[in-house]
Design a protein around this ligand. Structure first.
Ligand SMILES: [Fe+2]
Length: 554
């Protein structure tokens, strides 16, 4: 909320040193890279009609690099309305960053513009900071100061770092429950939140309605913006953003359920129409999250994949599993979303005495499509080269879903889900070979999407206990979104010896405590649906020895 005591001093200071040298650097980043020369037309405002507190969506930081971090906010005095109340003109916003919460030590500041064509969002990439250092930051606009956020920069690439603590989270359907997970994350002593997709949901499910989206399901740009804004009205989500920098990945629901590359996940939507939707969804996503202006989406294209490092302790690859993936096996335009597939030839008789499985379930393409890809060939090569080159202790693959198998054995054969890595076995094999062939130690895959806590072995030949374990996998449960039934979860556990832990009945996140010798994964969880006052408990804990792949129950 506004703090009048600090406001007048801060505001007059804004006029005095509005564009000091370091501020200019950040301003150039924010405006030059993101908006281009045609942007920022019209008179710049310092106040707007009606006033009103503009920082209703809070503050956030992200993409911690050695000596730099991205600061974010959006000016929106009327967050519950579909149309923003601010005039269509650029508005001056001052940012401040310091080593202490009183903004007295090592103060850095500057002025940037919140532009109407970007929903008056602000992205400032502050460079030249101390590596591995904690900072406080805030924004000032229209006579109001934002709350103070906390962030940190990544350590120097050659720093001998002893710890990296991450909260791994995904899937926060607003309607499926409250954000108690974020309330706990906000209070954790961690270095960053690693959010691996489904920040918003573009769908509703009357079955699990515990609170309502404020607006119609999004299709237009205004609706995607309003959808993002309404998620950020949750105080626990805002607190988790204000407390830590976030490293972000996107998944299907951030745009549209089960889209694959340029193909929509909804029947009847033409490709051109879907790409226009993807552009609107990516733009709204960028406008509401601390993504570097260097990676701002251009139309339907968004540079989601990136590599980050944490001293000599860890490399983190954020992997894009949506934009470059090939169509699913047995793709049916009349039903383009993910579906169960029986990986057999159509007409397979099955066991004597049992009826045929339904014809629509059969698909003999799953295992035969060697060219299929989840990441696209360029991203595959980039990752494989990076893995082979990395000398850091841990190699973390921040992708969006589950790599280890999760199909179900039936009398007719194995049933897999077409949208998961199970539906792309050739792509999975190439990924695993990129780990096994150069014998890359310390690889841990981190995922979400599946709405269940998972600890699993990754083998070159999945589920073949004779095949060596080459890496480890942890998937977090969802913040709120519902998962498999107990029966389904039991069938998946029984059908997959690589799965060491699988719980779908509780919502939660995974707390990752990474050190030079071992890393621990603690699954924090609560009952579903999540209540506002829920307290989380430890559902299970696993450790991975840096010299030996595979999670061990602790
Ligand atoms: Fe999800």
């Amino acid at each position: 909320m506004p703090r009048p005591d600090t406001l007048s001093a801060a505001h007059s200071s804004a006029r005095r040193d509005a564009l000091q040298a370091l501020g200019r650097t950040a301003l150039a980043w924010a405006l030059g890279s993101l908006f281009g020369p045609a942007a920022a037309q019209g008179p710049v405002l310092q106040r707007w009609p009606g006033g009103g507190y503009p920082f209703t969506l809070g503050v956030a930081s992200g993409e911690p690099l050695p000596g730099s971090v991205v600061l974010w906010t959006r000016l929106l005095p009327n967050p519950r309305d579909l149309q923003p109340a601010l005039p269509p003109q650029p508005i001056e916003v001052r940012w401040e960053l310091a080593e202490d919460a009183r903004f007295s030590r090592g103060l850095r500041s500057g002025v940037t513009l919140a532009l109407p064509e970007h929903a008056h969002s602000v992205h400032v990439e502050v460079a030249g900071l101390k590596p591995g250092w904690r900072y406080h930051y805030r924004f000032i606009a229209g006579g109001h100061a934002s709350e103070v956020g906390r962030t940190l920069t990544a350590p120097a690439p050659d720093a001998d770092v002893q710890r990296l603590r991450l909260a791994l989270a995904s899937c926060q359907h607003y309607e499926h429950g409250r954000y108690a997970v974020h309330r706990e994350i906000a209070q954790q002593d961690i270095d960053a939140v690693l959010f691996v997709g489904d920040y918003i949901y573009e769908k509703s499910n009357a079955h699990w309605l515990h609170r309502r989206h404020l607006h119609p399901l999004p299709a237009t740009l205004d609706e995607y913006r309003a959808h993002h804004a309404s998620y950020k009205l949750d105080a626990d989500l805002r607190a988790a953003h204000a407390a830590h920098p976030w490293i972000l990945n996107l998944d299907d629901h951030d745009v549209q359920n089960d889209y694959t590359g340029d193909l929509p996940g909804v029947a009847g939507e033409p490709v051109a129409g879907f790409l226009a939707r993807r552009a609107r969804a990516y733009k709204a996503y960028f406008e509401h999250l601390p993504v570097s202006p260097r990676r701002a989406p251009r139309g339907p294209h968004f540079a989601i994949h990136q590599q980050l490092a944490w001293g000599r302790l860890a490399d983190i690859w954020v992997l894009d599993t949506r934009q470059f993936r090939s169509p699913r096996a047995c793709h049916d335009p009349s039903r383009p979303d993910g579906r169960p597939l029986l990986t057999r030839q159509p007409g397979f008789d099955g066991p004597e005495g049992l009826p045929h499985a339904p014809d629509w379930l059969y698909c003999d393409q799953v295992a035969t499509r060697g060219a299929q890809t989840m990441l696209g060939s360029a991203q595959e090569r980039w990752l494989a080269a990076g893995l082979a080159r990395s000398e850091r202790r841990w190699k973390l693959l921040a992708q969006t879903t589950q790599i280890s198998p999760s199909g179900v054995a039936t009398p007719w054969g194995r049933v897999i889900y077409s949208d998961a890595w199970d539906g792309y076995p050739a792509a999975r094999e190439r990924l695993l070979q990129a780990i096994a062939e150069p014998c890359v130690p310390g690889v841990v895959a981190l995922g979400g999407d599946v709405h269940r806590s998972v600890a699993a072995n990754l083998r070159l030949d999945p589920n073949d206990t004779a095949s060596p374990i080459i890496a480890s996998e942890f998937c977090c449960s969802s913040v709120t979104t519902r998962g498999l039934s107990e029966l389904q979860a039991m069938l998946v556990r029984r059908s997959n010896p690589d799965t060491l832990h699988l719980r779908s009945d509780e919502r939660g996140y995974a707390l990752l405590d990474i050190g030079p010798r071992e890393m621990a994964c603690t699954f924090r969880a609560t009952a579903s649906p999540v209540r506002a006052d829920a307290r989380l408990h430890t559902q299970a804990r696993f450790v991975v020895d840096a010299r030996r792949p595979g999670p061990q129950r602790d």
